[in-house]
Design a protein. Structure first.
Length: 373
């Protein structure tokens, strides 16, 4: 690259912290670093024109897990681990709202619902049976019963008779959330460069040498906050998981408001005004969706449209306005990976599809880890 002295001096010299990824984790990490070390020179590199992972590609659920997801997690995690995960998600959501404000991110506390298809009779009965036990398990976190039974007042079809309601779930506008974080970062003196992908890095003494597709530079510390793309930088415990999403054109009348889960959370939908946003379906082909390449498949898009037509918006004419995909970071465990990789390299990744809930906290904890004496 043909940089001038001014550009080199202002942007690429004497960098204290270089952060890879300008999503919710990376921006919160940068803001926390600036709070702790006001004179630090912080540069964020983002490979996309916009944040390319899941931060603005998701559905905007302010949630901590549906009942069936929690029951499923208990098969691979202890009750103490599951409660700890949910506490972290609740704390993260509270931190997000405290940092940015309800109005700024258009937070709506409509509550969340889980519905079950007719084929899910066994899962439905298991959830009804275990609901009192899960409510009791979560009582220390909420001092209240979280889940309750709700009537199907939304006219969904081809589903089990009752829905399960969670009054502590909400929704946000993730575009507004990210713009608010970017504005705060820039106002704090944090520099962000888009369209720059980090290809590799190496440590030499007290410095980290970073090689991008366009130029090379040096930083005192390197922080990896790329979540679903972490395996590209050698963090093998994180597997990418592509999520496909679509949104309808505005409808004359939408019979519901809120966030909705289906099939252990593998499908999810919500209203955005009088539109329906609907995503999921990676369980139809886990192997194909374990990719960090953006894209859409007919298998999943057709299934989303079929469920929209037959279950979510029966007897309603609708048109699809837009479809897209995002990349999550998942793994065998739901707990995020937050650790020091080497003397001057740190990472905060594997948010497990819960970036809105835990991204703010993971970013804050990552900054604290990187500034420990």
């Amino acid at each position: 690259m043909n940089f001038s002295f001014w550009e080199t001096d202002s942007w690429f010299t004497n960098i204290d912290f270089l952060i890879v990824g300008s999503g919710i984790t990376g921006l919160n990490c940068a803001l926390r670093l600036k709070e702790k070390e006001p004179d630090a020179k912080i540069l964020i590199l983002e490979k996309g024109m916009l944040p390319e992972g899941a931060s603005t590609k998701n559905a905007g659920f302010a949630c901590f897990g549906s009942l069936s997801e929690i029951i499923d997690d208990l098969k691979t995690h202890s009750p103490e681990e599951v409660v700890s995960l949910i506490k972290k998600r609740i704390n993260g959501l509270e931190l997000l709202l405290k940092n940015l404000g309800d109005k700024t991110i258009d937070y709506r506390s409509y509550g969340g619902y889980e519905l079950f298809t007719r084929e899910d009779q066994e899962l439905y009965e298991e959830c009804l049976q275990k609901m009192p036990e899960i409510n009791e398990m979560l009582r220390p976190v909420f001092s209240d019963e979280v889940f309750s039974i709700s009537e199907n007042k939304f006219r969904f079809e081809q589903i089990q008779q009752k829905l399960i309601f969670n009054k502590y779930e909400g929704q946000i506008d993730t575009g507004k959330m990210m713009w608010a974080l970017v504005k705060k970062a820039i106002a704090s003196g944090i520099k962000i460069l888009n369209g720059v992908e980090v290809k590799s890095f190496s440590e030499e003494g007290e410095k980290v040498h970073i090689k991008t597709e366009k130029f090379e530079l040096v930083s005192k510390k390197l922080i990896i906050a790329t979540n679903g793309f972490a395996s590209r930088l050698g963090i093998e415990e994180v597997k990418p998981a592509r999520a496909q999403v679509l949104i309808t054109k505005p409808l004359e009348k939408l019979p519901f408001e809120g966030t909705f889960h289906l099939d252990k959370g593998y499908y999810y939908f919500r209203n955005i005004g009088n539109r329906v946003l609907f995503g999921g379906g990676r369980n139809l082909d886990f192997k194909a969706e374990e990719t960090d390449e953006m894209g859409l498949t007919n298998l999943i898009q057709n299934r989303l449209k079929e469920l929209l037509k037959n279950t979510i918006l029966p007897n309603t004419n609708f048109e699809i306005e837009q479809s897209w995909s995002g990349i999550m970071g998942v793994g065998e465990q739901k707990k995020p990976i937050l650790k020091k990789l080497s003397q001057n390299v740190y990472c905060g990744v594997r948010l497990g599809g819960m970036g809105i809930a835990i991204g703010s906290q993971v970013g804050t904890d990552l900054a604290d880890l990187a500034t420990q004496a």
